[in-house]
Write a protein that binds this ligand. Structure first.
Ligand code: ATP
Ligand code: LTN
Length: 342
């Protein structure tokens, strides 16, 4: 009988995700993505990235982009990303992403990029700046993911189409050049995958919305949170009941409340039966403010320690670059780029 081999601990699966430094993250970003980034750290090896190159696809003041990038890194630390066990970095600090992006662009079809709804939406929103970066955005995102052979990508629902194209590109590349990339899976939360605008509850909550009352920022104080929820568009029915088609405003508030309390829609309906929207909105606001308060306190502390945040990013970039460089060398070799000895 063969000797039983010692069973080595299987390598943990890998996560990669990113968020653009296009402003202060909203409650949508938190419930759709960031909160899960923190939770998944216990079970996966994680790489989390501030996607500053993606942010260049829309115009931004250079000074604001720089400030938002550092602030976002501080906020990620504040939500609980642990930079000792995982990797936190800024996309442009790891040049291998853009190197791989070119190779992948040469393996992506014009037609498939033309079908991306984010491209269509953003082109319609910024008709004066329909730049090539906006068009090839999903290719760079595929490079972000594939360069680390990520198994899982936690994102909100709006990013699932981009994940699909990353899988398609990986599969096609593997078919032509031999097994190279892991096919990534999406991780979209059950509660909070798509938080809607408080002003127009049929649109997603977006930090770039010109109406400041349409979103809750992760940095909003309690008074602001209460005021914004009180103004949230609902309906004249007066009953707290989940019906996304007929009652999108109330249903969105219920989704937020469910995401924080873990209660089911049924339980929430019972809790607020016979009570008006005023009571309900206040409960949603208080629950939200209480959940964000510890993150905000830690964020304020970290903003005062720029040297620490920059140190984390420097270390993160070095660790990410080592992993990414390996993939790019392999890919360059596979596609036939001449590599010199020594
Ligand atoms: P913008 O609001 O400027 O269009 P964005 O918030 O959609 O940008 P990112 O900041 O890159 O884009 O998003 C980071 C993460 O937050 C992504 O995983 C995205 O799916 C998620 N996300 C964004 N908005 C929402 C939302 N309203 N509900 C749930 N998840 C969201
Ligand atoms: N496009 C994403 C941000 C992003 C991302 C990534 C997400 C850039 N690169 C890689 C997951 C994996 C967005 O949320 N708008």
């Amino acid at each position: 009988m063969p000797e039983t081999q010692a069973n080595p601990t299987p390598a943990r699966k890998r996560i990669l995700s990113g968020i653009q430094p296009t402003g202060t993250p909203t409650l949508g970003n938190y419930l759709g993505a960031l909160r899960n980034w923190a939770l998944l750290q216990d079970s996966y090896d994680c790489l989390y990235m501030v996607a500053d190159l993606h942010a260049l696809t829309v115009r931004e003041e250079p000074a604001a982009l720089r400030r938002h990038t550092r602030e976002l890194a501080a906020l990620l630390l504040a939500v609980g990303i642990n930079p000792n066990e995982h990797v936190l970095f800024v996309q442009s600090h790891v040049p291998a992403h853009t190197e791989l992006s070119w190779i992948l662009a040469c393996n992506t079809q014009f037609g498939e990029l033309s079908r991306m709804t984010q491209f269509k939406d953003k082109s319609a929103k910024h008709p004066d700046n329909v730049n090539a970066g906006l068009f090839t955005y999903p290719v760079l995102m595929a490079a972000d993911i594939l360069i680390y052979n990520a198994d899982l990508v936690p994102v909100g629902q709006d990013q699932t189409q981009h994940l699909e194209i990353a899988r398609d590109i990986a599969g096609r590349f593997n078919g032509v050049y031999g097994p190279t990339f892991t096919l990534p899976e999406g991780y979209v939360p059950k509660a909070g995958a798509k938080i809607m605008s408080l002003g127009e509850p049929t649109k997603k909550m977006s930090k770039s919305d010109p109406n400041v009352n349409s979103f809750i920022l992760m940095t909003d104080d309690k008074d602001t949170i209460v005021r914004k929820f009180k103004r949230a568009v609902t309906d004249s029915d007066g009953v707290v009941r989940f019906d996304a088609a007929e009652k999108p405003g109330v249903s969105n508030l219920m989704t937020i409340y469910a995401a924080f309390t873990g209660r089911s829609m049924q339980e929430i309906e019972t809790e607020f039966a016979g009570r008006g929207y005023g009571d309900f909105k206040l409960a949603v606001a208080e629950t939200t403010a209480d959940a964000l308060a510890p993150v905000q306190a830690e964020y304020a502390r970290l903003l005062g320690d720029k040297a620490y945040v920059d140190g984390v990013l420097k270390d993160g970039a070095a660790r990410a670059a080592r992993l990414a460089g390996r993939t790019v060398r392999k890919v360059y070799r596979k596609v036939g780029l001449l590599q010199l000895e020594g």
